[in-house]
Design a protein around this ligand. Structure first.
Ligand code: DGL
Length: 276
């Protein structure tokens, strides 16, 4: 039997506005050990949460035109709720030959699991505004009371935290407090982490929460979906030292490089660039 040479396998591209998509990359690597990974952060556009929809959509499509052309991946994991709820359909339409695995707020599993019927969705202001998010609630959680909480600051805080900065507990609590709802002697029991940056803060959230809840992180489910769409190639092995990260700003500070190294990613100096 011939063994497929590792470098014959195309890589998987994982995309986010910043370093939040690393929470998904972590899981995808466990389930897809034979694949090389390219992690792309559009840090020149970060944070996506506050962008107007039209310009952000145009930026994402233009960026993917360059990325797909340059890296020719097997599939793309859009590890960003803010990007995928806005531009997922257009990406699939613009690049019909590419397989896109999306990230959307885990409202359906939350509605299936809640016992109290009170569910909160913690996301960027962009994701909270999306018609896509409202449609998910309408389709899968109409029997629940869903509180949408758009946080202006948490994605930035998560980036700071993961780079080793200390966060102010009161500032974090102010962001998550609106998720905790009490109604007719029942309480919120599930909070959907609908931004891939937030699982980095899950331990802080647990410590500061007014009462214990389930914090729903969809990373593993996204990785499972990617594995389903890209079946294992028997006998293939991960290409040694392949995995790398690309930043659209082209500028990474020491702590970002260290973080990437810790994740086993080399930082590429590749000229993908920001769409402006
Ligand atoms: N990580 C992104 C998400 O999942 C968004 C962070 C941002 O750029 O505001 O929504």
């Amino acid at each position: 039997m011939t063994t497929p040479a590792a470098n014959e396998l195309k890589p998987i591209l994982v995309f986010d506005s910043g370093i939040g998509g690393l929470t998904v990359l972590r899981e995808a690597r466990l389930l897809m050990p034979e694949r090389g990974f390219i992690y792309v952060a559009d840090d020149a556009g970060f944070p996506y949460g506050g962008w107007e929809e039209g310009p952000l959509k145009a930026r994402i499509i233009e960026l993917f035109r360059r990325l797909l052309d340059r890296y020719d991946p097997e599939a793309v994991i859009v590890a960003c709720n803010t990007a995928f709820t806005l531009a997922g359909a257009e990406l699939r339409e613009a690049f019909p030959a590419m397989r896109f695995i999306g990230t959307v707020p885990a409202i359906k599993p939350a509605a299936e699991r809640t016992r109290s019927g009170l569910v909160s969705v913690l996301a960027t202001p962009g994701t909270v505004r999306r018609a896509y998010t409202r449609d998910l609630i309408q389709s899968f959680a109409s029997q629940c009371h869903v509180r949408l909480v758009g946080s202006e600051n948490l994605a930035r805080m998560a980036e700071a935290y993961i780079r080793g900065e200390t966060l102010d507990d009161a500032a974090v609590l102010a962001e998550i407090a609106p998720c905790f709802v009490e109604k007719d002697e029942t309480r919120t029991d599930i909070i959907v982490l609908a931004c891939t940056h937030y699982p980095f803060l899950a331990n802080v959230f647990r410590r500061l929460a007014p009462w214990p809840v389930d914090w729903l992180d969809p990373a593993e489910a996204i990785a499972r979906q990617a594995r389903r769409l890209v079946p294992l190639v028997e006998g293939a092995e991960h290409p040694d030292g392949f995995d790398f990260a690309v930043f659209t700003s082209g500028r990474q500070d020491f702590s970002t490089r260290r973080l990437m190294q810790g994740m086993g990613l080399t930082v590429s100096e590749g000229p993908v660039g920001s769409p402006g």
